[in-house]
Design a protein around this ligand. Sequence first.
Ligand code: 2HA
Ligand code: ZN
Length: 259
Amino acid sequence: MTKFSFAEQLNDFKITSEWLARRGWSEAAGGNMSIRIDALTKLHEDDHIKLPVEVPYLAGKAVLLTGSGTRAREIGENPEPHIGLFKISDDGLHYGWIAGNHNPSMELPAHFAIHNALERHRPEDKAILHTHPASLISLCHVPGFDNSKTISDNILSLQSEARLILPEGIGFVEHELPGSLELGLKSAEQLTRHHLVLWQYHGLLATGETLAGAFDKLEVFEKSARVYWQLRAAGIDPVGISEAETRKTLAAFGRLNRY
Ligand code: 2HA
Ligand code: ZN
């Protein structure tokens, strides 16, 4: 197997996967992750596979992506065999395998479409994390929790700092076929504004400067969702922090413009 040496990124995959497994958020081979690489020199090019979507902002760049069927608990032990390096052609229309695992995640179209949007709108976010936390999937089964505003307002109002960390709220994409380009394109659209997107009945997609940073945001949302379910289990219909109080908190931290 051709080797690659992105020690920092491999460690990010390793640590984040360990935590995903520990939390039980990526069951079996559920979930996938990628990191965009800017500087690619002296690497063999084999970029002949037609992309399902044009990704002009990724032209000449590369992506480290978890392989199909790879398990978080195994990536957490030893990431290298489970992660592949893929390069995008200079015309942004093709890609090719460079090194490592050569059988990419079924969500490759989503990862590429989202990296293309991130590179354009928020280039500092280089990492994409997708996983299946039960408390978040369960939210999609609450009547009326089928849009970004309702979910953001009801869930992020349950803990004082949640909205501070996620002032824009949570993006939402209605159910789409796993692995489909539609899922990727709709997520890419949401991610120009949000750092988290809930995939209806499926799971969450988070972006960050690193996978650990994406995991942080996911944790914040998941914690609020758990508060929601604990209250519901106790028979309490959550009221949440008022909008006026939320605005006051965001204003105090200079984040009201992102609300
Ligand atoms: O099983 O999570 O979305 C991998 C996935 C696809
Ligand atoms: Zn999934």
